[in-house]
Design a protein around this ligand. Structure first.
Ligand SMILES: [Zn+2]
Length: 166
């Protein structure tokens, strides 16, 4: 690694430590020529392949930006959005692929966003799935209602089971 101060062609690693839950390694380096120290970060490259075939590095900041836009005016705080983006990145990295199609990134956002805020989810889904009619929204809303009913049903069962246990 070239020294950023004097451009000397070599440097020595004086310290290495994992950061961000092992996702990356920070190395403290020392230049044998000018004696200055600098830090490098090493992480596995994850590329997102867009529909056009162009690839770009995966960016958690981009996820946060997209989700924040969908959450505009909704009672969702920044911490929840940051946490969602972290979950999305974990889901994607867990696939173990070096390249991931952009639609899979969108898909990984939809699930956690639905849990976070249904209106934001609908906004995001309408763009991501290119809704072009009211029928598309109606179908999605019906799916959300069915999921809510299933959750209520499960909740009632759990409450009833708890009642039995007492
Ligand atoms: Zn140097």
């Amino acid at each position: 690694m070239r020294c950023p101060y004097c451009r000397h062609a070599d440097s020595r690693v004086v310290d290495s430590r994992e950061a961000d839950d092992g996702q990356l390694i920070r190395r403290r380096r020392s230049c044998p020529e000018c004696g200055k120290r600098f830090t490098t970060v090493e992480e596995a490259v994850l590329a997102v392949v867009k529909r056009s075939g162009v690839t770009e590095p995966f960016s958690r900041t981009k996820i946060i930006g997209g989700v924040r836009k969908a959450c505009q005016g909704r009672p969702v705080d920044e911490d929840s959005i940051a946490l969602l983006a972290q979950r999305v990145e974990e889901t994607i990295r867990a696939k173990g692929a070096a390249e991931i199609p952009s639609h899979e990134v969108g898909l990984a956002i939809l699930g956690p966003l639905r849990d976070l805020d249904e209106v934001a989810y609908l906004r995001f889904a309408s763009v991501y799935r290119s809704f072009d009619s009211l029928a598309d929204f109606e179908r999605e809303i019906e799916t959300l209602r069915a999921a809510a009913r299933a959750r209520e049903g499960a909740g009632a069962e759990a409450a009833s089971a708890a009642g039995h246990a007492q």
